[in-house]
Ligand binder design. Structure first.
Ligand SMILES: Cc1cc2nc3c(=O)[nH]c(=O)nc-3n(C[C@H](O)[C@H](O)[C@H](O)COP(=O)(O)OP(=O)(O)OC[C@H]3O[C@@H](n4cnc5c(N)ncnc54)[C@H](O)[C@@H]3O)c2cc1C
Length: 451
């Protein structure tokens, strides 16, 4: 890697490729830098029985909509990887695999003259802009492009698109350090299947998309499962004769901008609703699992060094809340059906199939309960520390509107709820890439004129 390229896209997942396709349409020169291989997170960070939760017809990458024979089905892992890899091949995306971006720095700003040093020259530890160049978190002057430092050399460019997904670093609570060494512990992103885990019961901590599906996977494999149930909501797979996703699509839910969401920008950080596409798609009903022998607890509140786990007494509340969200979504569908006079079959509402005997608060001796593995399904956090540009808010989240950050020439793509529900998914990344492409092109055109 050396020299100048108009645009550097960081990340070779579906977002980076969508940006690449859209820039190619605009005739804008660019490279895609991917530290592993195309579709890495679908290959490596999912489990063996993984399948999409969203129906295949929602896979609408720009220029590459799902073309298989099961649009209402849910692709399994290999099919998803093939879908993304064949996309890169279809338009000969200029991807450089095995190239990690180690820093992105704005050129022409900062009192440190090193910021203007040509790519590849020796440098000291800081080329970040000084405080004097930053006004209310926005660069006072537009940067004169960027220096992108990589494990394969440095590049300069006019614009950078960060398409590195929204799930950077697995989050594991520090109480994990107190687990006895005899207990195996992994994060959900490292879970593959039940078989490599030691014999014995498994405690899954967290009931979001990953936790609920992994608990089901273990349960179906005949494992004894304990699940610490958190506050994630759930959604029914089907209602009144159709996939709930189809109703929400028709009712315009997926076109709603984040600014119009009742949770506001906070929706970006909410847990996803749990449901599955497994075996053609079905509900995930934790109460049914309990009736079939899974042990449900409230939230995991503490771990003691002697191997005692303390669960909070919020199991009933969390189960009720998840069901209430699911029923509210059905209320919305009913209202939409009525308002539009749609002919749809009636359907009885959900009746809980199991109730906890108590509030789920308990002290459990992991050893006595035969628990040999803990799976932390506790989500991810962002790490943008390598982006040395003042484009972040107090929480470290990029300040942007529809992916256009507060620093000219710096863009983000593929973040959960970046613009709509589908932004961080297959469903909405085309719209977002289409929005950004002319804006990125304008930056490169301005740089060409100025240069
Ligand atoms: C468990 C789970 C289930 C999901 N299920 C669905 C679903 O059913 N339907 C759906 O539409 N979406 C789903 N998603 C959401 C989303 O589609 C995926 O997260 C998807 O991988 C996002 O694509 P992306 O390109 O934005 O990010 P990623 O796929 O994460 O790609 C980013 C790429 O950037 C690379 N990268 C990161 N940092 C650097 C760097 N410094 N230098 C170079 N390369 C770098 C990474 O190696 C990675 O390949 C799911 C997500 C998760 C976690």
């Amino acid at each position: 890697m050396s020299g100048h390229v108009p645009v550097v896209i960081v990340g070779g997942g579906q977002a980076g490729l969508s940006m690449s396709w859209s820039l190619k349409e605009q005739g804008v020169g660019h490279v895609v830098l991917e530290r592993h291989t195309v579709a890495h997170s679908w290959k490596e960070d999912r489990w063996e029985s993984f399948c999409l939760v969203t129906p295949n017809w929602q896979c609408t990458l720009p220029g590459h909509p799902y073309a298989g024979d099961d649009p209402t089905g849910f692709m399994v892992q290999d099919e998803i990887v093939e879908y993304v890899e064949s996309y890169a091949a279809a338009f000969d995306a200029p991807v450089h695999e095995g190239v990690a971006v180690t820093s992105v720095e704005a050129r022409g700003v900062g009192s440190d003259p090193a910021a203007n040093r040509p790519a590849g020259a020796a440098r000291d530890s800081s080329t970040a802009p000084s405080a004097a160049d930053v006004v209310d978190g926005v660069l006072a002057a537009a940067p004169e492009g960027y220096v992108v430092r990589t494990t394969a050399g440095d590049l300069t460019c006019d614009a950078v698109v960060l398409a590195v997904g929204g799930y950077h670093v697995p989050t594991v609570p520090r109480m994990a350090e107190r687990l006895p060494a005899t207990v195996t512990q992994i994060h959900s992103s490292r879970y593959k299947s039940a078989s490599p885990l030691p014999d014995g019961a498994v405690l899954v901590v967290g009931s979001g998309q990953s936790g609920a599906q992994i608990a089901e996977d273990l349960h179906l494999a005949g494992r004894e499962v304990h699940l610490a149930v958190g506050t994630a909501p759930r959604v029914a797979r089907t209602y009144r004769g159709r996939d709930v996703v189809a109703w929400l699509h028709d009712s315009g839910h997926y076109d709603m901008a984040i600014e119009d969401h009742k949770e506001g920008l906070g929706a970006r950080h909410e847990a996803n609703h749990y449901v599955t596409g497994r075996d053609g798609g079905r509900d995930i009903d934790l109460r049914r699992f309990a009736a079939e022998g899974m042990t449900l607890h409230g939230r995991l509140a503490a771990l003691d060094v002697d191997g005692t786990a303390t669960f909070a007494g919020d199991l009933k509340r969390n189960l009720d809340m998840a069901d209430a969200v699911s029923e509210r979504i059905k209320d919305g569908i009913d209202a939409w059906i009525a308002a539009h006079g749609v002919d749809a079959p009636e359907e009885d509402r959900y009746v809980p199939v199991w109730e906890p005997e108590d509030d789920g608060g308990a002290l459990v001796d992991l050893h006595a309960a035969g628990i040999t593995t803990v799976i932390w399904s506790t989500g991810f956090r962002s790490d943008w520390s390598w982006v040395k540009v003042p484009a972040f808010d107090g929480s470290g989240y990029p300040t942007h509107h529809r992916g256009v950050t507060s620093v000219p020439g710096l863009f983000v793509l593929g973040l959960p709820w970046q613009h709509t529900w589908g932004s961080g998914r297959f469903a909405g990344v085309a719209r977002d890439a289409g929005h950004l492409a002319p804006r990125v092109a304008a930056v490169t055109a301005a740089a060409t004129t100025a240069g």
